[in-house]
Design a protein around this ligand. Structure first.
Ligand code: 13P
Length: 275
């Protein structure tokens, strides 16, 4: 007997939060490859009759691709949403190499990642800087997607939730109380490792994040905020995460670079339930 069958029949949970499937391309694809990927993705989702109102879909290309993708989305009236992978904490001025939140807003980006572990660890970004970036994004009308997560050592030493909650408090406390944001819980040990967290592990931390959000910004904001899971998400495991009451979507790295696989992830309800 297939032990998974009862689980597969369990209905996906209904909340008022619109699920969000986000593809973080990291440092992959030039602007021509970006156009090709977005075209293929939009065709795959059109074929699947994807309802963007039911599940929001966002892509986070490198900076050099944003203008090309924006132009394509506008020309073809595509409902995919644009995000950026980083933002300067500064408004403008002598910051060589930085990109401001206003520049991203002008490109019709809606989201920007802040605090991704590859920036925290690879570029020494502190909680304070992550908070400043989140605030800069908010001030320009963008929605910061605040990434939090523990390393394997943190997990062993402090358990799963302690570091993500500390990172969360630092970033959220830098924002005004009514600011909209998204949280992406990405255990560092699960990123690019092929070893995703279990749905139960993701839910445990997502639940703790939501509880902490109640203290940080009130019940209403906590109930409305989407918490995504990220780390080795694939079409085969995405539905397990989305079935958890506090997990509202996925932040997908490697699997977002393949249009068919990412389209399947977006269609998490259909391809698992067969609906
Ligand atoms: P992978 O999906 O490749 O593990 O990457 C996750 C991630 O870091 C998304 O931001």
């Amino acid at each position: 007997m297939n032990e998974q069958i009862p689980e597969l029949r369990e209905p996906l949970l209904q909340t008022d939060r619109v699920p969000l499937i986000a593809g973080n391309w990291k440092m992959n694809l030039d602007h021509l490859q970006a156009i090709a990927l977005v075209q293929k993705l939009s065709w795959a989702l059109k074929d699947a009759r994807h309802d963007y109102g039911e599940t929001e879909v966002a892509v986070f290309p490198p900076f050099t691709d944003l203008r090309s993708v924006q132009t394509l989305l506008a020309a073809d009236k595509l409902s995919l949403v644009l995000g950026a992978q980083d933002v300067s904490p500064h408004e403008s001025g002598a910051y060589t190499g930085d990109i401001s939140a206003a520049m991203l807003a002008k490109l019709e980006a809606r989201y920007v990642l802040v605090g991704h572990s590859e920036r925290r660890h690879g570029h020494g970004e502190s909680d304070e800087l992550v908070g400043q970036k989140a605030l800069a994004a908010h001030r320009a009308g963008l929605v910061p997607m605040i990434c939090v997560g523990e390393t394997a050592e943190d997990l062993e030493e402090h358990g799963a939730a302690a570091i993500p909650l500390a990172q969360l408090a630092a970033a959220v406390s830098s924002l005004p109380k009514d600011a909209e944001f998204v949280i992406a819980y990405e255990p560092v040990w699960a990123i690019g490792s092929g070893q995703a967290a279990t749905p139960e592990q993701a839910e445990e931390v997502a639940k703790a994040i939501r509880e902490s959000l109640r203290d940080l910004c009130g019940d209403e904001r906590a109930a409305a905020t989407r918490i995504l899971y990220g780390g080795s998400v694939a079409s085969q495991n995405v539905a397990g995460f989305l079935r958890q009451p506090n997990v509202d979507g996925a932040l997908v790295g490697g699997a977002s670079l393949k249009s068919d696989e990412f389209a399947k992830i977006v269609q998490f309800k259909k391809h698992v339930t067969g609906a």
